[in-house]
Design a protein around this ligand. Structure first.
Ligand SMILES: *[C@@H]1O[C@H](CO)[C@@H](O)[C@H](O)[C@H]1NC(C)=O
Ligand SMILES: *[C@@H]1O[C@H](CO)[C@@H](O)[C@H](O)[C@H]1NC(C)=O
Length: 350
């Protein structure tokens, strides 16, 4: 940046300021004296000169060196309310989401503590100012019908606070008893007026990294699409069998087809992820398929049971089988999830 020009004599400075601006320095001073509530109520005349002189100098330098910017600023303020300025002020520009994704976490009503964890984990990602998502993502916690008196009080309490619960009618709380079929067909009806592009079925023991998931899904076709981690674990071929139940996504047209097809209705009870693959195979659906392995994977056990397990990676989209708080902590630590915590006198975390 070039150094500013040497300060001119005071008279020429005043002239040049008054020639361009609307306010003579004397008027500013008068206002302050009469208003009483101005920024410098108790300053003597010489102190005022001391304060004003550098300000005038700055104004002069600004006008001299950045005349274009001055015009732009003047135009913006002439345009009226500050709402017209967000781009100039550096405020994030709200843009249309690339696509809409519904994540249904199929869980059981009694798992209040797990939901607390999931809400923190997904809530932080949905609200992250550093990493705004390119897609509109909604996370919903999905149960079958409540069957205990305490649930009929505690779940409404959650709904009052979070409003992110779907209680399905007509299924038993057993993942292989038709819950996925009921979930998908219910969702097709519930959101018929405002459809999503993709619906993901997720377990309550998978940690999904939403920026990575959104980036990956964003590349996919929006129709006839079946996305997930292929089974069997040693296969990378998405057309061979089906996507593992930990987290798989279907495009909206497939969700609608499942909701209306006899094929799905006639085969709704059984191993849920296998059935979804079966419906699509019988119905000749899901021509667009994507295997997200190894980025969607199982937590690595000390003695791995299969090739779906491996260590966390910077490119991980989802880690499954986080069955205990220590495992959640391990995953959240690896992914720097709490790195944004500010130091404070209110806590000390070593
Ligand atoms: C579904 O089941 C009904 C009743 O058993 C049968 O009539 C129909 O053909 C079946 N449809 C399919 C596609 O399997
Ligand atoms: C976590 O932060 C460390 C230190 O800044 C960095 O080296 C590492 O790549 C980050 N890990 C991930 C998964 O982003």
């Amino acid at each position: 940046m070039p150094s500013p020009p040497p300060p001119p004599p005071r008279n020429s400075l005043n002239e040049s300021f008054m020639g361009n601006g609307n306010h003579a320095p004397q008027q500013v001073g008068t206002k302050q004296r009469h208003g009483g509530g101005g920024g410098f109520p108790r300053l003597s005349a010489s102190s005022k000169a001391l304060v004003l002189l550098p300000l005038l100098l700055l104004a002069f330098i600004f006008l001299f060196m950045y005349p274009k910017e001055f015009e732009l600023q003047a135009m913006l303020s002439a345009c009226g309310p500050p709402a017209a300025e967000p781009a100039a002020a550096g405020v994030a520009v709200v843009r249309k989401p690339d696509f809409r994704l519904l994540i249904g976490v199929l869980t059981r009503a009694d798992l209040y503590e797990r939901r607390h964890m999931l809400r923190m984990v997904y809530g932080l990602q949905l609200a992250s100012p550093e990493e705004p998502l390119a897609a509109h993502v909604d996370v919903r916690y999905v149960f079958c019908r409540l069957y205990k008196d305490d649930q009929r009080v505690l779940v409404p309490l959650e709904i009052l606070v979070h409003d992110d619960v779907i209680v399905l009618d007509g299924c038993e709380e057993n993942l292989n008893g038709g819950k996925t079929y009921t979930f998908l067909s219910t969702v097709a009806r519930l959101y018929a007026d405002e459809p999503y592009d993709y619906v993901m079925k997720a377990d309550d023991d998978i940690f999904l990294r939403l920026p990575q998931l959104v980036a990956s899904l964003g590349e996919m076709p929006r129709d006839d699409m079946y996305y997930g981690a292929t089974i069997p674990c040693d296969s990378m071929d998405p057309f061979r069998e089906y996507m593992a139940g930990m987290a798989y996504a279907l495009s909206w047209d497939l969700v609608q087809w499942i909701a209306t097809s006899d094929v799905a209705r006639n085969h709704s009870v059984g191993t849920e992820d296998m059935l979804t693959g079966l419906w699509l195979r019988i119905g000749d659906k899901g021509k667009n398929r994507f295997n997200a392995k190894p980025a969607i994977h199982d937590y690595l056990n000390p003695v791995p049971v299969d090739q779906c397990e491996h260590e966390f990676m910077p490119s991980t989209i989802g880690v499954h089988r986080l069955k205990s708080n220590p495992r959640w902590a391990e995953a959240l630590k690896y992914f720097n999830f709490t790195a944004g915590l500010k130091p404070s006198k209110f806590y000390k975390i070593d």
